[in-house]
Ligand binder design. Structure first.
Ligand code: GLU
Length: 357
């Protein structure tokens, strides 16, 4: 994509009103920003939440929202077309066609699927169509958690090589504390590294129906920072929120700056998209060789391992203290470990060191 490309994600509490119906005026306002920015040369992908909430407003008859995964999946199937219809109307009023792309986590784990999804998104952009993405909740193989769309949006940003990820939500950004518990909470305007204090500040803030709270947003920002993507968490209902977020207006939202060294697309895919199939604990010598020497992990450095993995699977590499050092793709399946001490277990080309500052 172009150097100016953005994935903008809008959360359930912003997309729906307090009865759970689609908030058409919010969609219209975001669509206006998207089309104006597109006309200025930006590439844009929209990630929307709200299918379950809109679906329950349609069929729930005012009852309390169900909790079991199968019913939620069914409800999402009701809400997704309602949501999509509303997006279609919002963009049609501006003369812009939209396309729906539903993705599941597995689409990101299988490299073939991952490249396929990228091709589709690029082709849509080429056709001048705004892609509207959601998780394929109706058939997702895991339970649907609120906050999943934050991660999904970060994966999409990585997938399309976006320069920016904007997470529009129902707060002003990342605050120093939960404002409902602490009246002195203030906005953190800029973040250059995620440290334990920030993660703690975000830990407990979780709003009722919709958003995954700050924790899932920080996890998304973390992934984006490693992928070279600038992330902004900003209030959805502010005037021209997307434009303001991209312009970096002081005092508007929280901006997370990427690390200077951008991981290659393939390495960030290894680090963040693929699920680990096991854990390998390495000895001190190997820890040093990986982190200081930039070496491959050899069998001789493996202290122990758990999980059953075969060649090509992703594993987490941990130190003796249990801390995660790296993630990588194994070249040897667990059974072949004992053949020889210098079997390459994870080659340096398939290894992402995760403790670098
Ligand atoms: N995909 C879910 C929905 O559209 C939302 C997940 C989330 O809130 O992150 O209802």
């Amino acid at each position: 994509m172009t150097s100016r490309s953005v994935v903008v994600k809008i959360g359930t509490t912003s997309v729906t009103d307090d009865r759970g119906n689609v908030a058409h005026e919010v969609l219209a306002a975001l669509a206006a920003d998207v089309v104006a920015l597109r006309d200025e040369g930006w590439s844009l992908v929209v990630v929307t939440s709200g299918a379950i909430t809109a679906g329950w407003a349609e069929v729930g008859g005012g009852r309390a929202r169900p909790r079991d995964a199968t019913t939620l999946q069914a409800v999402s199937a009701v809400g997704q077309p309602l949501l999509m219809h509303a997006w279609r109307d919002a963009f049609a009023a501006l003369g812009a066609p939209v396309g729906q792309v539903l993705l599941a986590p597995l689409d990101f784990s299988h490299r073939g699927q991952y490249l396929h999804a990228r091709g589709t998104l690029e082709a849509l952009a080429g056709l001048g169509v705004v892609a509207i993405v959601n998780e394929n909740d109706a058939v997702a193989d895991e339970e649907i958690h609120f906050g999943d769309n934050d991660r999904l949006a970060a994966l999409v940003a990585n997938l399309v090589g976006a320069s920016h990820l904007v997470l529009l939500t129902d707060t002003d950004g990342l605050l120093t504390a939960d404002p409902r518990l602490d009246a002195t909470a203030t906005l953190i305007e800029e973040v250059t590294a995620l440290d334990a204090n920030l993660l703690e500040a975000a830990g407990s803030s979780r709003s009722g129906v919709g958003s995954g709270g700050m924790a899932s947003k920080l996890a998304a920002a973390h992934m984006a920072m490693w992928s070279g993507v600038t992330t902004v968490i900003a209030p959805a209902r502010a005037n021209h929120s997307l434009r303001q977020a991209l312009e970096g207006k002081p005092g508007f939202g929280t901006t997370f700056y990427p690390r200077p060294e951008r991981l290659s697309a393939r390495k960030s895919w290894i680090a963040f998209a693929v699920a680990s199939r096991g854990t390998i604990v390495v000895n001190e010598g190997a820890e040093h060789a990986l982190e200081e020497g930039g070496r491959s992990l050899l069998r001789v450095g493996v202290e122990s391992f758990t999980g059953s993995f075969v060649e090509g699977d992703a594993v987490e590499v941990r130190g003796l203290d249990g801390q995660t050092i790296a993630k990588g793709l194994v070249r040897a399946s667990a059974e072949t470990f004992y053949e020889s001490e210098d079997v390459v277990v994870v080659h340096r080309d398939d290894l992402v060191l995760l403790r670098r500052p």
